[in-house]
Design a protein around this ligand. Sequence first.
Ligand code: ADP
Ligand code: MG
Length: 411
Amino acid sequence: MSTKFTDFNFATELQDGLGAMGFQQPTPIQQQAIPIILQERDLIACAQTGTGKTAAFLLPVMHKIISSHSETLNTLIIVPTRELAIQIDEAIQGFGYFTPVSAIAIYGGSDGMAFEQEKKALTQGANIIIATPGRLIAHLNMGYVNFSSIKHLILDEADRMLDMGFSDALNKIISHLPNERQTLFFSATMPPKIRELAKRILKNPEQINIAVSKPAAGVTQGAYVVYNEQKLPLLKTVLREKNFKSMIVFASTKDKVKQLERELKHARFNIAAIHSDLEQEQRNEALRNFKNRSLQIVVATDVLSRGIDIDSIGMVINYDVPRDAEDYVHRVGRTARAEQTGVAITFINPEDQRNFGRIEELIESTIEKLPIPAELGAAPAYEPHKKFFKPAGGKKHHGKPRHSKPFKKKQ
Ligand code: ADP
Ligand code: MG
């Protein structure tokens, strides 16, 4: 006896939208969260990336907007990034195609026209506002925002928002909201600071926790143990060999992303970079092209690692090991969304071996170490429990080489 969407008795127009989107069976987080939200309870829900959290909060809230014939501002959704705001707005357009529900994404970074439009939507009442904290505060500071009709506050990617330092901004926004409201927290992880925040702003919340800190089952994971100098030639080889229609390369810093962009463009790959120094329009364009498959490879910092849903990315490459083990799961979660299959590959340099060991502990499995191509020379041994000492002068490499060929430094 499995739950179907029709069991929730959603408004017909909403059910039609679901059908048009090809949604048939609710995912586990949707099965658990939707009834609680329909019952007006506060909720704190934790489920890993790609499990369908967006529809879990949008559908019941949209149902309530439709059945109450609300014509005013009803729901505020706060998200950490512009991309996620746009994506949720698009999901509302999809589910709400046959409904009168109106929404606007408020994310800043754009021109004065956009600001005026946002102001209009804020004052004349779109039903749902999806906003990044900074931009919303800019509007709040102008004094014309009236949140008195808000019934639902939703925080999506709550953990990410705290990581990004939005804590004060969130407090400020919440101070503008009516006390009588339903508050919903969605997060991929539930670190203690999220629990503290939840305790302060949720009222007697229900809790759902279906986070398993493991990448989705369809992901094939592998890793290359390498020296730093081997990373770039290896990246080119792997991209050329795998040649998936869509591939994402994550690097640890903006500067590295820019450097990889130059190198890969020079080597004639079909690539674009996404990082926070770009104009919003450039970021949107790259994402659009990536989604419609005219762009094959995106190189990005963490901006893209959470929340953003792009169908069937064939491969994710971690050019650097993510510092935070949870981030590994998020990045790898970019592939194999909703039960497809994907490949996730990580490059591990000697400095990162310990961190990678921690990731393997978190996900409770040992990730296969792949042999690097012979022409790249010998690779370091994988010894995650050994303390790393930076080799003096960078000439000698510690550890036993796994290949008999001497390691040649590539320029
Ligand atoms: P999360 O926010 O948990 O990371 P999303 O809400 O972005 O996950 O959903 C991931 C993908 O799965 C999206 O492409 C979404 O359209 C799809 N999806 C979600 N729920 C369902 C469902 N019940 N049936 C089919 N596809 C779904
Ligand atoms: Mg999400």
